[in-house]
Design a protein around this ligand. Structure first.
Ligand code: GNR
Ligand code: NI
Length: 170
């Protein structure tokens, strides 16, 4: 088990488009275990492989209060999305300290593979739906701040660069 470094916005690597997972081997199991360890340690409810500089379509999630409902989602596709939308306050482990409202489909149905490579379907509502859409965006190289106004996004970018410069000096 290992903690993986999380890429921080505006790292250009966060805009990499992930490729499908093709090998369901021991290396993948290790990556999944390391991603869960990293996500739980960072108090996140989800983590996309992109955020740990691994560019395959792999997500780990756990939106439960009790942190005992791990979910592995590989090669996800949206089967359907509700026309009903919801606005939720989002944060991101790659944009620490920034929270803002994003509108998403309230319900999504996804098709995906589990860690054994078995086909699955899942209908997700509310927070799980939001989290799945947030993580699938990461796999497409998209970070939630890209939904905010250019003014807000530029302020966030400047703040992140400054924070990273100060962290590197200390
Ligand atoms: O931990 C996280 N919380 C969160 C809250 C609202 C909407 C999305 C998220 S995902 C985020 C972890 C993360 O950055 N995943 O990519
Ligand atoms: Ni994120």
């Amino acid at each position: 088990m290992a903690l993986l470094p999380i890429l921080c916005y505006p790292d250009p690597k966060l805009h990499t488009v992930a490729k499908p997972v093709t090998r369901f081997d021991e290396a993948l199991k290790t990556k999944i275990a390391d991603m869960f360890e990293t996500m739980y340690e960072a108090k996140g409810i989800g983590l996309a492989a992109t955020q740990v500089d691994f560019h395959e379509r792999l997500i780990v999630l756990d939106v439960s209060e009790t942190k005992d409902q791990p979910l592995v989602v590989i090669n996800p596709t949206i089967v359907s999305a509700s026309s009903q939308h919801i606005v939720g306050e989002e944060g991101c482990l790659s944009v620490p300290g920034i929270y803002d409202e994003v509108e998403r489909a309230q319900t999504v149905e996804i098709a995906y593979l589990d860690e054994q490579g078995q086909s699955k379907r899942l209908v997700a509502h509310d927070l799980l739906s939001i989290c799945i859409q947030h993580e699938m965006d990461h796999l497409m190289g998209r970070v939630f701040v890209e939904y905010l106004s250019p003014l807000k996004r530029n302020r966030i970018k400047t703040k992140m660069i400054k924070a990273q410069r100060e962290a590197a000096r200390s």
